[in-house]
Design a protein around this ligand. Structure first.
Ligand code: ADP
Ligand code: MG
Length: 344
């Protein structure tokens, strides 16, 4: 394995008595997109600011390759790090054209080269013809592309983006996201994208880092995190889940909605996490009653009740009727057993 482009180790930061980031570690690799996913207020932006050098950590280290960038003793300032930053509200300078905005970061180059490089970057973000436009004449998506061109123009080895799509309309997001992923991979930088949107993170990330209440609770490939979450919190961060109270007995986890294997786990109570698409109607399964059916576009969202517990499932094709008796099985690939009682 190559040395990571950036390593953050044991980073902590408190504001007064409030811990914003607690012992957070992550690595970024050249040519890879890492997505930091967590709910609002969990400490994502603080962690990004610590990595960028905009904040001094109370404890922990940041290093780029072998070069130490931050520790409690001080920080190398952002502009001396070869780190590019793009923020949601990282507004363009309104009194400069798109091209001047991009050229702004290249002040150390001779002016001829600077112009050429700014044009090249605008072309790379497919705004080749818009260099003379003022920011207020550009759409939100175009402005964000100019901000990205400005960050990429300096050829940073590390690029940090904080919620880069949250200012964009829903219909623009998908388009800008596709384009951005390609552009970032082509640039070969080590990229960290902060987001609170699970779908966005799953679609873009090579590596996913999940954050909850100031701590990193899991990292890994998107599919691995989705199918094998480290905890019910990690499972919840990545999308809708059912958390079902069950019991482990003789290597099987039993729930009112079906049983799944729980090899090697001691007998006792358990929380069984099942994704909505992991519940199936079957001829021979656990008996339950359909409580509610809603049309969700490509699928039906169906609420099913058994005893005191209710789950929701996603069914494509024909949906059962409300009040109908059904039988269910759980796909063990889309479920996970957590021994112990439910915490929340
Ligand atoms: P996120 O980006 O995940 O929404 P933040 O990193 O912005 O979360 O914030 C994490 C916590 O730290 C929040 O409780 C926030 O109020 C607090 N916080 C962030 N920045 C500051 C600051 N400069 N001063 C005081 N509290 C802060
Ligand atoms: Mg934030």
């Amino acid at each position: 394995m190559t040395i990571p482009a950036l390593t953050a180790q044991g980073l902590s930061k408190a504001y007064g008595s409030k811990s914003a980031v607690i012992e957070a570690s992550l690595t970024l690799r050249a040519g890879e997109i890492t997505c930091l996913l967590g709910p609002s207020g969990c400490g994502k932006s603080t962690l990004l600011r610590l990595i960028a050098g905009l904040e001094t950590p109370d404890a922990g280290l940041v290093a780029a390759g072998e070069r130490r960038l931050s520790g409690p003793e001080g920080v190398v300032p952002p502009e001396a790090r070869g780190v590019g930053l793009v923020f949601q509200d990282y507004a363009l300078f309104p009194h400069m054209t798109a091209e001047q905005n991009v050229a702004f970061g290249l002040r150390t180059l001779p002016s001829g080269l600077r112009k050429a490089r700014a044009r090249e970057m605008l072309e790379a973000v497919q705004l080749g013809g818009r260099g003379g436009a003022w920011p207020n004449a550009l759409s939100g998506g175009e402005q964000q592309r100019v901000a990205l061109a400005r960050a990429l123009a300096r050829r940073p080895e590390i690029l940090l983006l904080d919620e880069p799509f949250s200012g964009l309309d829903a219909h623009l997001k998908g388009e800008v996201r596709l384009w951005l992923t390609d552009a970032l991979r082509a640039a070969g930088a080590a990229v960290l994208i902060v987001t609170h949107d699970a779908r966005e993170a799953l679609l873009m990330a090579d590596e996913l880092v999940l954050m909850h209440a100031g701590r990193i609770i899991q990292s890994g490939a998107p599919r691995a995190c989705y199918l094998d979450p480290a905890s019910p919190e990690a499972a919840r961060l990545l999308g809708e889940v059912n958390l079902i109270d069950g019991v482990i007995a003789s290597g099987q986890a039993r729930t009112p909605f079906g049983d799944i294997p729980a090899p090697g786990l001691a007998d006792g109570p358990a929380v069984v996490m099942v994704r909505p698409e992991g519940l199936r109607l079957s001829d021979q399964g656990a008996s339950a009653t359909v409580a509610q059916v809603r049309f969700g576009g490509g699928y039906h969202e169906v609420q099913v009740q058994a005893g005191q517990q209710r789950v929701h499932m996603h069914l494509s094709g024909n949906a059962p009727a409300e009040g109908q008796a059904v039988s269910l099985t759980i796909d063990p690939e889309l479920a996970k057993v957590f021994p112990g009682l439910r915490v929340t």
